[in-house]
Design a protein. Structure first.
Length: 435
């Protein structure tokens, strides 16, 4: 890959124009899709779709519509702000100003690695401060207005401090390792860095359920005598499906939000099943069993393994591309960063790459959404074979109502963004599987 790229000359003006054009096209696409979603949901607000008319109250349907519209409009505002920030960091030279400011402050006197990590930390802190008002509004205004937020200011601040500490303890070492490899491992540093990144991701899969997650939530074993004998029901299902997990746990998700969920976490023998207490409070035993059977379907069809392989492949390509771009002076010049190819600033290359890549990768969103929806249909079919499709359908409707998920999304918007099929399509497929 790199041998063919090495003969290609990158023109900074063309790259800058391509980046600007990608921003314009992606921004126009996002605004068009969001406006379609708002109009479509608003047009269908006052009538529950026929397949759900007997089971979904009109008030719940209208709440879901209002919630979807409010989130979409808020998303447009935050999108516009984020685009301005992105342009500021890149084409308007903000990253170069930050770099120059750190250099003039004397940060480089502490050594190359310390300076580069300081640049990453400064960039992260500025980004967090810029995002903070939007996050606060989303949590304490938007989610609060629709009755979902339960987090207190004290808990919010504690979570932020713990998150920053965990991020520093985990993020700084891996960042230092990658930066060291960029400068010391030769032309193929990106291959070694990719290996380190993959090892880091596997390590997080092992540490997250037992070390990181308990810092933020309480996890209690699913007891034998609670939740309508759910533990025995779940263990019987997992035995039928040939799935082994280290434990079944209930998480106190209700402390922060009324949204319900269930998930698998961990890696290898450390896998565990986690239920939100809000989910258990809403669904009965057979419905929880059906939801879990759906999740087991993902493992049966190796969706998790396949996604990890795809992630490994894409990350390898990304590291290879970064390995080439970081040695191209035109890559820096395109975004108003002064290059020093005699002593490259690897932190600058890394930050530029992380800013630029999502703009172009956005156009692959419909493809990723399609494959994700396909996997969901397969998992639903597996759940119908191992549990009750009627119970899964009932659970999905309850979760849609509790999470204020709209039953009438715009079809084009759903095809572009939805990782899960719209409720009407899922229920129709479930009915077919039951028959």
């Amino acid at each position: 890959m790199l041998s063919s790229l090495s003969t290609f000359s990158l023109n900074p003006q063309i790259l800058a124009v391509a980046f600007a054009l990608a921003i314009v096209v992606s921004l126009a696409t996002k605004f068009w899709l969001n406006n379609r979603q708002v109009r479509y949901v608003a047009q269908h607000r006052d009538q529950v779709p026929e397949p759900f008319a007997k089971v979904v109250p009109l008030s719940a349907h209208q709440k879901a519509a209002d919630y979807t519209i409010a989130r979409s409009r808020f998303g447009l505002l935050s999108l516009a702000f984020g685009t301005v920030v992105l342009l500021g960091w890149t084409l308007l030279g903000g990253l170069q100003l930050l770099n120059q400011g750190l250099l003039e402050s004397g940060a480089s006197h502490f050594g190359g690695m310390t300076y580069q990590l300081s640049l990453l930390v400064a960039f992260t802190l500025i980004g967090a401060l810029l995002d903070l008002p939007w996050e606060l509004y989303n949590t304490f205004c938007l989610e609060q207005r629709f009755g979902f937020n339960r987090i207190t200011w004290k808990m919010y601040i504690a979570d932020a401090l713990k998150g920053a500490l965990v991020g520093a303890l985990i993020g700084l070492p891996i960042a230092a390792l990658i930066l060291w490899l960029m400068g010391a491992a030769g032309a193929y540093w990106w291959l070694w860095a990719w290996g380190a990144w993959m090892g880091f991701n596997v390590l997080i899969l092992v540490l997250y359920p037992t070390v990181i997650a308990p810092l933020f939530n309480k996890f209690e074993p699913l007891s034998d005598d609670s939740h309508e004998g759910l533990r025995a029901r779940v263990e019987a299902l997992m035995q039928r499906c040939g799935f082994a997990a280290k434990g079944l746990f209930v998480m106190d998700g209700s402390r922060r939000s009324s949204h319900g969920n269930a998930y698998f976490t961990g890696f290898g023998p450390a896998k565990r099943v986690v239920f939100f207490d809000t989910l258990l409070a809403r669904l009965n035993g057979p419905e929880v069993e059906a939801v879990l059977a759906h999740e087991l379907g993902h493992f049966k069809h190796k969706h998790v393994t396949k996604r990890m392989i795809v992630m490994f492949g894409l990350s390898l390509a990304a590291f290879a591309l970064l390995g080439w771009l970081s040695r191209q002076a035109s890559f820096y010049l395109a975004f108003n960063v002064e290059p020093n190819m005699a002593a490259p600033n690897d932190a600058l290359a890394l930050l530029l790459f992380l800013l630029v890549l999502p703009v172009f990768s956005f156009f692959f969103t419909p493809l990723a959404s399609y494959f994700s929806r396909r996997d969901e249909f397969q998992a639903d079919a597996y759940a119908c074979a191992q549990a009750s499709g009627a119970d899964l359908a009932s659970a999905l409707l309850k979760l849609h109502e509790d999470n204020a998920g709209t039953l009438t999304p715009d079809p084009v918007y759903a095809r572009f963004y939805y990782s899960h099929p719209p409720a009407s399509e899922r229920l129709a497929a479930l009915q077919t599987s039951n028959n």
